[in-house]
Design a protein around this ligand. Structure first.
Ligand code: ADP
Ligand code: MG
Length: 626
């Protein structure tokens, strides 16, 4: 267009668009989901603004928070419009093309390895998926603060922006016009679009309408040359003037002057009339619905199931409804910048109105891997996000969410048949054949491998729930045969008279297994836990006891394996040697030299003082300061 301003896409975006427009990928369907999801975000934004300022909604049709889809078969244009917040000129430039987004390269990497476009929405570049099916795209947008603008691009490395003086005024919101590629004709079929909306956009909380054709019966005057000719003759011969109305009617019924034909009309058809899942009773929601809901939250539309979910309704002082999911996989960077990054995956709604998905006051750090949604009736609607973040009720909500989350994880363990290998005889036999059981097999191990670190961080951070979290710990031991086991199982195997829970820390299990510290314990048939994660040293500074049993690091001073009758005698006879040794090594090198009963074959061993760092901890600290 004349007087349009030209811009170049940032190089990475341009490359991504290039790939998309020339793409042979089969799952092009996803573009509609991405566009609808953006429309829904824009509607959420204006609705949120309207909580404190009703004026922003405007009047008439502009107050309708909805999404409309229209087809133009003749010109091969598919149009999606929303009455969301719209974009200013500045925002059009910034959001659709120029800003370097780390998401682009992250997504392209993923796409090249997995060959899957499905995750595009996770990387903040979903908009560009329109170039899978369109070779020319116009984005017309009207923001309350500005005039109407058009953004347009043919995916040739550049885009243009101009003030819109030729299209119809939008009032407010955004209209995306997709000029479809020749081979994308299927997206002009109403049935295809209906299918896509039902499949992918079921959980959008605004009505989605399609300008859909409808065959209707219409009465039209019967044509002159056939029936009316026949009618007129008898009428003209015995026309009675007095019984005007009555006789007319009788005649119409016998010999109709009109006929019915099929005609195509258009009307807005509402495509997503489903009640929000979290408002329904958990009993009514099917597993498939939860799965779909999870996929829409995770923006991952594969067929993987979440590991667990929990849907509940909290009553009392603070009322809220919530759905929580344990995702299938942990994001690769989950533990990077753990304390500083906000990783909230929980959406907060207040009375059905979306408020934020960046509220990190709802879940503690260690549970921020959970996904889901909270909708509260107790929180106030007409305050700023900042004020909400400090509302007292949030504390109560948080407490309940933690409780429910830990319950959900505990259940995942309880229902996993692999977890009960110790009580094989009864439990497993009973349900061995059930199919449901097979599905749950190994699920807790999966959870542990993905999110075990979070449980450990929880033990460190959350003293209130420490015991509940400790129950969820898994580790290998000298007796677990390479399998994971739990503290409860360890305790059930403790020897009579054993008071402490023994463990050893290090980096490699095979090395630990040969450690002289274990000689005597093995001989006496005590079980020892291997803690081989660097995190475990840190963990054990917080986990002092479990079910009234103390933890004892077997490489530290204070190990008691029960009295030996000869102890005193031996001590006495080596008194001179230990004294000489201690003097020779000098006090800055060792605290003490003692006769020990922890060894069987090895003559001597260096042990850490009760309050000192273990050798493993020294190693970890050293590697951190390097
Ligand atoms: P994401 O939605 O993850 O941010 P997208 O590539 O899908 O990434 O969209 C980029 C940005 O463009 C959005 O964040 C939003 O600011 C803007 N945008 C896209 N579509 C619309 C729309 N319909 N209304 C308002 N803003 C939009
Ligand atoms: Mg998006």
């Amino acid at each position: 267009r004349n007087n349009a301003e030209k811009f170049e896409f940032q190089a990475e975006v341009s490359r991504l668009m290039d790939i998309l427009i020339n793409s042979l990928y089969s799952n092009k369907d996803i573009f509609l989901r991405e566009i609808i999801s953006n429309a829904s975000d824009a509607l959420d934004k204006i609705r949120f603004l309207s909580l404190t300022d009703k004026e922003v909604l405007g009047e008439g049709d502009d107050t309708k928070l909805e999404i409309q889809i229209k087809l133009d078969k003749e010109n091969k244009i598919l149009t999606i419009r929303d009455r969301g917040v719209g974009m200013t000129k500045e925002e059009l430039i910034k959001n659709l093309g120029t800003i370097a987004k780390s998401g682009t390269s992250a997504f392209m990497e993923k796409m090249q390895t997995r060959g899957d476009l499905n995750l595009i929405g996770q990387f903040g570049v979903g908009f560009y998926s329109v170039y899978l099916i369109a070779d020319y795209v116009e984005v017309i947008s009207k923001h309350n603060d500005e005039k109407q603008y058009v953004w347009e691009s043919k995916a040739d490395g550049a885009f243009a922006i101009s003030e819109d003086t030729y299209n119809e005024p939008l009032g407010r919101g955004t209209e995306i016009r997709l000029h479809l590629k020749d081979e994308a004709g299927e997206y002009l079929e109403e049935s295809k679009l209906k299918d896509l909306v039902r499949k992918y956009s079921e959980f959008i909380n605004f009505p989605i309408y399609l300008w859909a054709s409808k065959e209707v019966d219409v009465e039209v005057p019967a044509e002159d040359n056939d029936s009316s000719d026949d009618e007129e003759k008898p009428e003209s011969t015995d026309g009675e003037e007095k019984e005007d109305e009555d006789s007319d009617k009788d005649e119409d019924e016998e010999k109709p002057k009109t006929k019915t034909i099929k005609e195509t009309t258009y009307e807005w058809e509402h495509l997503n009339d489903v009640k929000a899942i979290w408002l329904r009773s958990p009993k009514e929601v099917t597993e498939e619905e939860y799965m779909k809901f999870y996929h829409s939250l995770a923006k991952d539309f594969g067929d993987e199931k979440p590991l667990a979910w929990s849907h509940f309704n909290a009553e009392g002082d603070v009322e809220f409804k919530a759905v929580l999911f344990v995702p299938t996989k942990a994001p690769t960077d989950l533990y990077e910048s753990y304390y500083t990054a906000n990783r909230s995956n929980l959406k907060l709604y207040v009375r059905r109105v979306f408020i934020s998905d960046e509220f990190d006051a709802l879940l503690p750090k260690f549970l921020q891997f959970l996904m889901g949604l909270v909708d509260s009736d107790t929180l106030p609607l007409n305050v700023s996000r900042e004020m909400l973040q400090q509302h007292d009720s949030l504390k109560t909500i948080k407490k309940k969410l933690i409780r429910k989350a830990l319950d959900m994880i505990r259940k995942l363990a309880e229902e996993d048949p692999d977890e009960s290998h110790d009580h094989k005889d009864k439990k497993v036999a009973e349900v061995e054949e059930s199919k449901e059981n097979d599905e749950k097999r190994g699920q807790y191990t999966k959870f542990w491998n993905e999110f075990g670190k979070s449980i450990k961080l929880g033990i460190v951070e959350d003293s209130t729930n420490r015991n509940r979290l400790a129950k969820l710990l898994r580790f290998k031991t000298t007796k677990s045969d390479g399998k994971l086991t739990s503290l409860d199982q360890y305790i059930s195997r403790m020897k009579s008279g054993q008071k402490d829970i023994f463990y050893i820390t290090g980096s490699i299990k095979d090395q630990l297994e040969k450690s002289p510290f274990l000689e005597r314990l093995k001989k006496k048939n005590f079980e020892v836990i291997f803690f081989t994660d660097p995190m475990d040293e840190y963990l054990m500074q917080y986990l002092m006891e479990y079910e009234d049993k103390k933890f004892q690091n077997v490489s530290k001073e204070g190990l008691k394996l029960g009295k030996d009758s000869k102890d005193k005698e031996v001590k006495e006879s080596f008194k001179e040697l230990t004294k000489w040794w201690k003097e020779t090594l000098a006090s800055e090198n060792v605290d003490d030299v003692k006769i020990s009963n922890r060894l069987a074959d090895t003559p001597c061993v260096v042990v850490t003082n009760k309050y000192g760092w273990s050798a493993n901890m020294e190693r970890i600290m050293q590697s951190q300061t390097l």
